[in-house]
Design a protein around this ligand. Sequence first.
Ligand code: SAH
Length: 348
Amino acid sequence: MKKILADYNISELKDFFVSMGEKSFRAEQVFRSIHSGLKFSEMTDLSKSLREKLTEEFIDIPIEILKSIKSVDGTEKFLYKLSDGNVIEGVLMRYKYGNTLCVSTQVGCRMNCAFCASGLSGLIRNLSAGEILGQVIVVNRYLNGGLKDKREISNVVLMGSGEPLDNYDNTVKFLRLLSDDKGLNISNRNVSLSTCGLVDKMLRLADENVSINLTVSLHSPFDEERKKIMPIANAYKISDILSACQKYFDKTGRRYIFEYLLIDGENNLPRHADELIRILKGKPCHVNLIRLNEVKEKNLKGVTEKEAYRFMGLLVKGGLSATLRRRTGDDIDGACGQLRRRFIEENL
Ligand code: SAH
């Protein structure tokens, strides 16, 4: 099987080029080209024979855009094809401060959360660092029309399909590749990683020296009720998640965020708000409320905008920092593995 060149950092590329008798400056040159989205055939600053050698051994860009769908609000959804034929999806959100790309870290997911479409067929496989990065590379090129070194994406969120910390090494390598100043140079401060709360990996991440924004999908303040929504809650207690967040804050100084998906009758009652206030008050955190995007295979109901604001009001009155996430891309299967599922169903 061919290796993926986008998986390599500069020092690995240097070792490789030196080992094949090439000058070490080729490493930075090829790194820049790959991160600009160039195929080997487009790297005209390399000799033809070197390009041929690279093509024999490596895949250049490990992902391509299969389809893009634009919402009336500017949100754009992408369906990508990986080099082994697997299909994943991503979303581009256009904000005043810049473009944010939501990336996937796995094909499928093994967490099987009650509300989420990504876990419906389980985990197919992990994405490599270069495949996660590849999503940013191809959308950046799509946006900049092929102008080398023109960066159109300023922010990245790891909130697509998969559990990033379940694919720990590749995710951390991706974060380092993404922030490399010889490549896309997207600072870790502009990156948010969302986890279902894998406590041991959160603790490890605190020691990695990557100052990304840590986001945890909480969805209930009660362990027993959380287990019904998120099976992973059988493995980790909320109190341990909170301690891991505190360690992350102590190490990085970064405020952390809790995502809270409002599911009607399940986690949106006054007692849920009271308990959230009790466990989170005074902590350097923010609560991001999300309205459920109903998934046809799942039997869960969302809440109206009015109900969501009412719940938010309870949290704010209790002293928490809380906001309701703006809903974008509703008309294009905006979230969470639904586009990929539809594509697979229609093409089987
Ligand atoms: N595994 C990670 C990242 C992927 S999910 C995690 O659990 O955080 C990221 C977020 O997508 C989740 O917090 C959830 O709030 C949101 N999400 C998943 N399914 C959704 C749905 N049906 N409607 C709205 N948001 C959803």
